[in-house]
Design a protein around this ligand. Structure first.
Ligand SMILES: Cc1ncc(C[n+]2csc(CCOP(=O)(O)OP(=O)(O)O)c2C)c(N)n1
Ligand SMILES: [Mg+2]
Length: 304
């Protein structure tokens, strides 16, 4: 818990960060945040945005957006090379949200970085809005590939990583998969291809929240032993606490030193993380908060 004055200093630091983004015309590559307290505060704000968006949209995926929040914040604010004002900057790193139903988390992160105005978040899933239930590359700045049909992201990420490798600019490609998603056969075809072609600028992150749409992964279709499987497919494999910024940042850093192999970070998370009533509950996979749940979530997460 922070003292009020500590909170104010933290907020001021983040305000300065936002101002730097704006002053740079947002077309500059921004300097990364690695301070744990600052990243935690951004993640709190992102979770708050997610709850707000889903409550107003009256539909969407609560659990998987909240489990992935810290992973996305660590990646976008602490790791990736981006220019929010120039989303198609040729030397950028790429991110593909293979578990496309976690779109609200991606939208909240992109908006906070300045890819598009934060007001747009109020129109999640509205008619005519560019922020639909699953990410659309044709309409949303910062979304590289339209996703939502599970199982495809790793294949696309492998192709992009092979492509950008030819540029010689050291670009890296990141993709986030769900743990239920790896039951899709296409994931393993991509895993085999990426290892075969030694795609070492590719990093997959697996959101290991132990739940899928209709229950525990081990009840629906066991995916273990995960580490042994990915290693057998030729991947450099790490495991982290997916809610620990130091662990996430260290793992992303470590991936840079493993050459000749793609890397996967198995991030152990809690579905619905950040709001007690949503945590580790299969029920909140794909439902929006009710009025009562929304009020409870606001009390826990604090104000925006
Ligand atoms: C090919 C395909 N089949 C089914 C679905 C419907 N669906 C959406 S989310 C989901 C569960 C995914 O579980 P998991 O990958 O564990 O995601 P998370 O727990 O992170 O939300 C399913 C089956 C889909 N989007 N795509
Ligand atoms: Mg899951």
């Amino acid at each position: 818990m922070l003292w009020p004055w500590e909170n104010q200093v933290l907020r001021l630091g983040l305000d300065i960060f936002q101002c730097r983004l704006l002053a740079a015309g947002m077309s500059q590559e921004f300097s990364h945040l690695t301070d744990e307290l600052q990243l935690k505060e951004i993640a709190r704000q992102v979770r708050r945005d997610i709850v707000e968006m889903l409550y107003h949209a009256k539909s969407g995926h609560t659990g998987g957006s909240l489990s992935a929040t810290d992973i996305l914040v660590a990646l976008f604010f602490g790791v990736m090379r981006l220019k929010p004002g120039d989303p198609l900057w040729p030397q950028r790193d790429y991110f593909i949200l293979s578990k496309g139903h976690a779109a609200p988390a991606l939208y909240a992160v992109l908006a906070r970085l300045g890819f598009f105005p934060r007001e747009d978040l109020n129109r999640l899933r509205s008619f005519g809005s560019h922020l639909q239930g699953h990410p659309c590359a044709l309409s949303t700045p910062g979304v590289e590939i339209s996703t939502g049909s599970l199982g495809q992201g790793l294949s696309v990420a492998t192709g992009i990583a092979l492509g950008v490798r030819l540029n010689g600019a050291g670009q890296r490609v990141y993709t986030l998969l769900g743990d239920g998603e790896v039951q899709e056969g296409q994931v393993w075809e991509a895993a085999m291809a990426a290892a075969h072609y030694k795609v070492d600028n590719l990093v997959a992150i697996l959101d290991r929240n132990r739940l899928q749409i209709d229950g525990r992964t081990w009840d629906v279709m066991s995916i273990e032993p995960l580490v042994a499987k990915w290693e057998a497919f030729g991947w450099h494999t790490m495991q982290v606490n997916g809610h620990s910024f130091p662990e996430l940042l260290e793992a992303f850093q470590a991936c840079r030193y493993f050459t000749g192999q793609p890397s996967i970070i198995i991030a152990h998370t809690i579905k619905g993380k950040g709001v007690a009533i949503f945590e580790d509950q299969v029920k909140y996979h794909g439902v929006a908060p009710t009025q009562e749940e929304y009020e409870q979530a606001k009390r826990e997460l604090g104000e925006v």
